[in-house]
Design a protein around this ligand. Sequence first.
Ligand code: PMP
Length: 433
Amino acid sequence: MSLNHIPSPGDPGSRLLDGPALWPAQAHTPTVLGRQLVIDRGEGSYIFTDDGRRLFDGTAGLWHANIGHSNPELAEVAFDQMRRLETYHIFARFTNDKALALGERLAEISPIDRSKVILNSGGSDAIEVACKLARRHWQREGRASKKVILSREFAYHGLHAYGTSIAGLDFNREGYGTDSLVPETARVSFNDPEQVAAVVAEIGPENIAAIVTEPVQGTGGVNPPVPGYLEAIQKICRENDILLLLDEVITGFGRLGTMFAAERYGIEPDMVIFAKGITSGYAPLGGVLVSPQVWEPFYIDSPDTPVFRHGATYAGHATAAAVALRHLEILERDQLIPRVKELETLLRTEFDKLARQNVAVTDVRVAGLLGGITLAGHLKAEQVCDDLIELGYVARPLRGNTIQVSPPFIISDQELTLFVTAIDQAITERENR
Ligand code: PMP
């Protein structure tokens, strides 16, 4: 086929061209088309397809539906807020009461002392803000050469421009002229702090703005930090005037059994990036918690004070903020974060059993209510996850032939046990085929 041949419906190989107008752009489109599961209803930990199948949502969607689906309390909050004021922007002299209140609440629970908050619409947005602010910080300090953003191999930080350039998964980087998309980024080892120190020395701390890291890598295969790694990275940052940016888009708001992973691992970052779990997905919302050393210079009462010129129409969206406030109340009122701790213990027990009973399971990893199961090469995680759908369970294949397990916080012990039993069954049946 010549390069400028445009297939038309009816041509061989073009049967998919009549597919839906909604482009599933994140995936290999022809693989996905014709196999899509149309979800039209949710209830707690379950989702329902338009042809009536009920599935246990073992990944909480894209690690977001922490309090489960279709919660009427949050629906009412959104309804009430929209009838009062859907939103008002927070540019120049304007702001709105809900965004202000959410800022106060976030500052109270933030792992950073006296933090300020920037809000926007999701995780990729928040990564843009954090990386931009890191560069702005050093430029304002008169150290404009500090521009390089370091990230870890296997990292996932969303798919906007910074997120693409700092991605540690090659398939998310390739094809965009990535090294010049956001120039001056580099990858470091995901588990060896000595290699990180060597990269810092090679590039030169005078050229490095920040290190960005997920506390537990998610999309890269559910990789909890090897003991001492995060502490060592923090030390490298402190000793070299490098900002530490913690991407808590998955881990924030309880997924690891603490409000933030920073608490669990005893890390004091300069910025925390959050999204997903702030509303459990009931409104598109993300943001960045910022430490005083970064925000204070922008608050000084002087005509010479610099501006961090960043904003968006929906930054501080009033309905999203109202939903987030009630969502944070629910997390606390229903004691869902301590519940994650209990479920972590059970998940560990169940995973250990799974690994003992299946030679095809080569590794299991657990941190909070976040689990990864790695399979031997002769079994494909994609296939096992497809089989699990037939059994009524959603799990997700990730890099490294790994199966992601990250159910909502509201599940019962029995539901978790049944979920791991179903995974066991799917693995065993594939093995015996
Ligand atoms: N950072 C991490 C660690 C993530 O897991 C994700 C999304 N899975 C993002 C950033 C991007 O968030 P969003 O999809 O809301 O843009």
